[in-house]
Every structure is written in structure tokens, then in C-alpha cells.
Design a protein. Structure first.
Length: 429
């Protein structure tokens, strides 16, 4: 019995964590192949992060953002700014990715109001996932998460997704169709285009066509639409660049981030906004938004130390080669498997998608619970992987993600891949 409102059935008790390994009750060691929820970047058990949190707790443990700023937060924002592909970036820290995306959508709306434009629609893509709070749940496209909450949602304009594994259209074609959809609803009513640069929890590391993002950025600029990139999963080095936007040379208006930014040492989300947006709403005094724990000084201390470790140990530079090694190992073990449709991703955001028939690429019936069985088998084999049970159309499809700490050794990466391969073979033959 437990008084905890658990998220899993009879979960094992984690008793310690170090590097890429979590030890559970009884002494069994599990490789953290998923980095939790694709969140751990610098590895577990970093004493310098713990020390920074403890030191901050003895100076200024908490100061509400409407009343104070803190040196630690100011220093963190200044250190982060050079890495962010946004002009005159302003940093709005919150407690997680859902809050970051809520903040971004509200900021986009307030920015347009400050300029005298009544834009309120959010354009989001098929196969999107942006969080679990009410506003971003509307922007998401994942049937399992929406079930039961349908009366609360329905204000999102759904536009085509971008998944080059299952859609052969070019980026230019997808962008043109996106613009057409927005014109049909009234493009001058659209406040923002919100999307993950590379698929995350729903589309499992699905990559867009190479010409997709430049075309979308041009479309947004031409029509006065705020471009929000949801980099909660991809940001802070996960794909081998500080932000996935860098792969296409994008300059979005807003980036949301989290996960790898704090490496799990503090509940964190970030809304990173262009200065012109922040200045417009400041002048209009119309951005009535915030949270009790936003701009938290202990969170800033934790994330500033994580940022320093990522820089000092050149972890972003390590991600590309590490991802190539992990991907090659997966291809060697599963590339010819009749139920493996795709092995994809970038950097240390990698996925394996499973299909019932490799010829047609038809998905398994969800009742077969292929993803869940592989996740369980992998855990039994000593590695965590992250499930995606909706990678085809938001409701069906089976895939698992690997997103280990950037600091994982070559031997650990090999073991993660090998244990996943053996688990797939155990489940699918």
C-alpha cells in the first residue's frame, strides 16, 4: 500500500543514481537509456549541482519574481543567452515544459494585443505533443491524453505534421498546405505556430524534410505569425547542437525548453523570447502571467551549474558521435528485422518504430501492446527506454525512444543498444 498517487503499477524503488545508472531496491542496476523522460543530460549524482543548490538555499532560498530579482538568475540568463538562436533573448523560467508552452502561447497572444491585433488561434501540427495542462493539451494531438477532456478543448488549428518516414511530400509542399489551412480559418487570426523541430513523445524522433523548417519560417514571417519552437525535448544539446533550430539556421520568436536544461536536478521549464516581444508587452503592461515558483533562485543555481558542466565538459560536442555510435549499434542489431519499420533520430534522441508488416508499414493493433511489452522486457534486461504508443496518427503506432545522458560512456551506450536489441528479439522474435 502507498499514499503516493502513482503513475505506474507497483514501480520499483530507486535508491541511488550515479552517472548513467540507477540502482533499485535489492541492489539491481538499471542503465538509464531514456534519461528518465529524455531529460538527463549530465548524468546522475553530480555533487557540484547538489552543492550549488545547497549553497543557494543558505543565501536566498526563494524570492518572488514580482518583488525581487537575484544575482544567480541574472548570471544564468546572461550565460545562457549566447547559446540561444533568438535576437535579444529574454529568459522566463518556470517549473516545467507544459508551463513553458503555456507561457509562450499567452505571450504570443499578448504581443499581438499590444500591437493592436486581435489574434488568438494557435496553429499546431498533427502528431504534436506540447504538454498536459489544459491549454497545451489542446495544442497537442494525442488521443490517449485528450480522452475525457474533449469538452475543454477545440481552439487549435490543426495543420499537417512533418514526418518524412510516413509522408513523402517535400517541406515546401507541407508548408504550402499549412498556409492554405490557415488562410481558410483566417490567417490574420493566427497568433502563433507552435511545433517541435524534431518529433518528440508522440512522433518518436521523426525528422522533417530538409526544406520544411526554412519554408515554415518564411510563411510565419510573411504573415505576422509568432514562431514558437517547442524544444523542451530537443534543446540544450540533445540533438548534437545547442538547439535543434541550429540545424536549419532558424531564428524563431520564442523557444521553449526544459528537460536537459536542468538534467532533472530541478523542476524547470524555460520560455526564451525575443526582446521585441518582451518589450512590447512590457510597454503595454498586458502580460498578466506568472507562477509562484517561476524565476526561482535555487532553480537558477541548479541550472547554471548544469549549463557550466555542459560547456566545460564539451557535452554538446560529444552528442553527435555518441548518437552515431548508438544508432549504428541499433541498425546492426535490428536494421533487417521484419517488424522494425524505422530507426531514426538525431544525436541522442533516437527511436525505433515497430510495424506489423514491413512491406506496407502498417502498424500493429494497439491491443497487442507491442511498445509496453518491449519497455517491460528492456527493463528486465537492465535498461530504461521511453514509450511512444501513437507515432502513426496520434492514436496508433508503436515505438521506443532512447535518450541517455550525454555523459554516457561508449561501453554504456553499447550496452543500452544491445539490451534493447535483445528485448525486441525476445518480444517479436
Amino acid at each position: 500500500m502507498t499514499n503516493v498517487f502513482v503513475r505506474a503499477v507497483d514501480p520499483p524503488v530507486a535508491i541511488s543514481a550515479e552517472g548513467s545508472t540507477i540502482t533499485i531496491e535489492g541492489g539491481r542496476e538499471i542503465l538509464d537509456g531514456s534519461g528518465g523522460a529524455i531529460a538527463n543530460s549530465i548524468g546522475h549524482g553530480r555533487a557540484d549541482v547538489a552543492a550549488a543548490i545547497a549553497e543557494q538555499a543558505t543565501t536566498v532560498d526563494y524570492a518572488h519574481a514580482t518583488q525581487f530579482t537575484t544575482d544567480v538568475l541574472e548570471r544564468y540568463a546572461a550565460s545562457l543567452a549566447p547559446h540561444v538562436p533568438i535576437d535579444d533573448v529574454r529568459v522566463f523560467p518556470v517549473s516545467g515544459g507544459s508551463e513553458a508552452n503555456e507561457t509562450a502561447m499567452k505571450l504570443a497572444r499578448s504581443y499581438h494585443l499590444a500591437r493592436g491585433e486581435d489574434r488568438h488561434l494557435i496553429a499546431a501540427r498533427a502528431g504534436a505533443y506540447h504538454g498536459n495542462t489544459r491549454g497545451v493539451l489542446d495544442a497537442s494531438d494525442r488521443a490517449q491524453l485528450v480522452a475525457g477532456y474533449e469538452p475543454w478543448i477545440g481552439n487549435t488549428v490543426r495543420v499537417p505534421g512533418a514526418n518524412r518516414f510516413r509522408d513523402e511530400r517535400s517541406g515546401a509542399e507541407l508548408a504550402a498546405e499549412t498556409e492554405q489551412v490557415l488562410r481558410e480559418v483566417g490567417i490574420d487570426r493566427v497568433a502563433a505556430f507552435l511545433a517541435e523541430p524534431i518529433g518528440g513523445a508522440t512522433l518518436a524522433a521523426a525528422l522533417p524534410p530538409d526544406d520544411y523548417w526554412p519554408a515554415i519560417e518564411r510563411m510565419c514571417r510573411a504573415n505576422g505569425i509568432v514562431l514558437i519552437l517547442d524544444e523542451v525535448m530537443t534543446g540544450f544539446g540533445r540533438t548534437g547542437s545547442w538547439f535543434a533550430a541550429d540545424h536549419w539556421g532558424l531564428r524563431p520568436d520564442i523557444i521553449t525548453a526544459g528537460k536537459s536544461a536542468s538534467s532533472g536536478y530541478w523542476p524547470l521549464g524555460l520560455c526564451l523570447a525575443a526582446g521585441r516581444l518582451a518589450d512590447a508587452v512590457a510597454e503595454a503592461e498586458n502580460f498578466m502571467h506568472g507562477f509562484t515558483w517561476s524565476h526561482h533562485p535555487m532553480g537558477a543555481a541548479a541550472t547554471a551549474t548544469v549549463l557550466d558542466i555542459i560547456e566545460r565538459e564539451s557535452l554538446v560536442e560529444r552528442v553527435g558521435p555518441a548518437g552515431e555510435r548508438l544508432s549504428a549499434r541499433l541498425v546492426d542489431g535490428l536494421g533487417e528485422h521484419p517488424n522494425v519499420g524505422d530507426i531514426r533520430g538525431r544525436g541522442l534522441l533516437l527511436a525505433v518504430e515497430f510495424v506489423a508488416d514491413r512491406g506496407s508499414m502498417d502498424p500493429f493493433d494497439r491491443a497487442e501492446r507491442v511498445t509496453e511489452r518491449i519497455v517491460t522486457a528492456a527493463f528486465d534486461a537492465g535498461v530504461t527506454v521511453y514509450p511512444s504508443t501513437s507515432c502513426v496518427d496520434g492514436s496508433v503506432g508503436d515505438a521506443v525512444l532512447l535518450g541517455p545522458p550525454f555523459s554516457s560512456t561508449d561501453a554504456e551506450l553499447d550496452a543500452m543498444a544491445d539490451r534493447l536489441v535483445s528485448s525486441v528479439l525476445a518480444v517479436l522474435g
